[in-house]
Write a protein that binds this ligand. Sequence first.
Ligand SMILES: Nc1ncnc2c1ncn2[C@@H]1O[C@H](COP(=O)(O)OP(=O)(O)O)[C@@H](O)[C@H]1O
Ligand SMILES: [Mg+2]
Length: 270
Amino acid sequence: MKAYRGQPEIFAARQEKDRYADLEIRDLSLNFGGVKALTNIDLKVRNGELYAVIGPNGAGKTSLMNCITGFYKPKSGRIIFNDRDITRMHAHNLVKIGIGRTFQNIELFPGMTVLANMLLARHLYCRYSFPGAGLYLPSVRREEVRHRRLIEELIDFLEIQAIRNKNVASLPYGLMKRVELGRALALEPRLLVLDEPFAGMTLEEKEDMVRFITEINEVWGQTIVLVEHDMAIVMSISHRIAVLNFGEMIAEGTADEIGRHPEVIRAYLG
Ligand SMILES: Nc1ncnc2c1ncn2[C@@H]1O[C@H](COP(=O)(O)OP(=O)(O)O)[C@@H](O)[C@H]1O
Ligand SMILES: [Mg+2]
């Protein structure tokens, strides 16, 4: 893997075994009353991959991400992460075993600064116990120093130094999305799940986001599952793409394969 100046040291130091991610979805179905949000979904995301899920509005993309990250429980089927069945695990436990995400409708803590939002993500996930934290033991102090260093490295990487002390609610939309990416990365995820990271952005903001996401994937070796409806972006950055339509996976393959898939052209490209 090529060395890159901008890669946070803490991420560069991660061992392969500490960032390994391997996701398998087996025959997954999810209903809301009479609505079939997902029907018999099968897919595998390999370690190091940038895997995209596309499809029209209401196709089930967010529902699938919510199943992977523990926010929805499927009706049937299995989700296996690094050989572990995580189908029934809760969202906060999934964060602890390495599944970090961003949300389609940004979920930052309003009224708090960029820095505070990112630090809070670390603390919610921190390893030390409360008694230790109360006594402020040396091990806790070391951990605290590491939290701060990692956040500073992420702030540098994402080029958000200028807004680190700004209230997140005061930021333009594109920058909020960038802070949310920072917050998800602060969890040091093995698998990073991004739900429409480019939505609502200007062209320039999208270009910046593409740059960050491809660097995180290619240079850091971060495994990513990304939901997007902008076909052009997905085609240019993804290793493989799954296409959902009315809760069913109608195609999966490389950008080339998806681009000439007759059912995709009919259902999605119109
Ligand atoms: N919490 C929910 N309650 C009821 N219906 C839902 C819920 N979440 C999603 N749905 C329904 O599931 C279908 C898929 O939605 P969603 O996963 O948000 O699609 P996408 O992200 O591809 O636009 C839609 O018909 C949507 O209305
Ligand atoms: Mg969605």
